[in-house]
Structure formats: structure tokens, C-alpha cells
Design a protein around this ligand. Sequence first.
Ligand code: CMP
Length: 163
Amino acid sequence: MSAAGRRPPGPPPPPRPNRDPMLTLAVIKPDAVQARRAGKILAHLEAAGFVVRAARLVHLSRGQAEAFYEVHRERPFFGPLVSFMTSGPAWVLVLERDDAVAALREVIGATDPAEAAPGTIRRVYGESKERNAIHASDSPATAAREVAFFFTPAELEQLGAAR
Ligand code: CMP
């Protein structure tokens, strides 16, 4: 093999999606972190083609959880949802992939694990509609809001995740 055909020395470059890469937000919820399923869920996401561009372990305050789920404020499950989301640490992840928002929704499955397709993260790791292991942004506009909720533009830029 000619020298021109070889990779330069050093670790291989991280896999980069080649079609319209975009960002979305995932939250590995307190039930999954507490059950020590976060690593398996992250492996599932990476195997599905997502690249982690930013990550942080957070323990949400009541105010943060209420603001994050503001759109659900009038729903009957809002109070229990906020209590659950503040019950322990959660991983927030900025994920990149082509068609990331739709792809992540497909990979995590339906809100209720019992209704989620076989092999989806919620089907495999979720316990109930509330304790359903993972959250994902539901539209590109929501993804932009949710990424900005947890990470500053400077942090994203420093991590090479700025758009
Ligand atoms: P998530 O993707 O985090 O967005 C809102 C969350 O509310 C949802 O996942 C569920 O965990 C939770 N939830 C609890 N009860 C319901 C319900 N009846 N309908 C929809 N979401 C619910």
C-alpha cells in the first residue's frame, strides 16, 4: 500500500454523519441513571449512529424542571413529572446525526414503554410512562431551545458543536 493511501498516525477520526448532520437533545432520566442503565443507553445511542457533542450530569432544581417542561404545565401529569425529574441526577446529551430529531424519536420509541416498538430504548429500559428512561426533543425548534437550555453557545463552540 502506498504512503498516500494510509491514514496518518494517531487515533481514527470520530465517525461523522455525512448527510445534513444536525443536533438534538436527549436526557437520560433519573430512573435510568439510578438503575445504572445510562451506559447501556449511551451505547445504544452510539450504535444508532449518534455522536455525543456535549454532555453533563445534572440534578435539576424544581425551577429548572418546571421551565424545561413548561409546555406541559397545564397537563395533569406535570406535578409528578417535575417531582420525578428532580428526584436524582440525569444525563443531558447533545447528539449529532443526520436527521437527528426524527431519528432519535424513532430510536427511543413511544412515550409509554408498553407501547414502544421492540428494541427501542424505552421498550428495553423504561418502566412506565413517567419512568421511561429517556427524553428527546420533539422538533428541530424544540431541539434548539432544549440544547440552549443546558449549554451556552460558548460551551458548544468550545466542544465543536456550535451551529
Ligand atoms: P418526555 O419525553 O420527557 O416528555 C414529557 C414527559 O411526561 C414524557 O416523556 C413522560 O415521561 C411524562 N408523562 C407522564 N405522564 C404522561 C402522559 N399521560 N402523557 C404524556 N407524557 C406523560
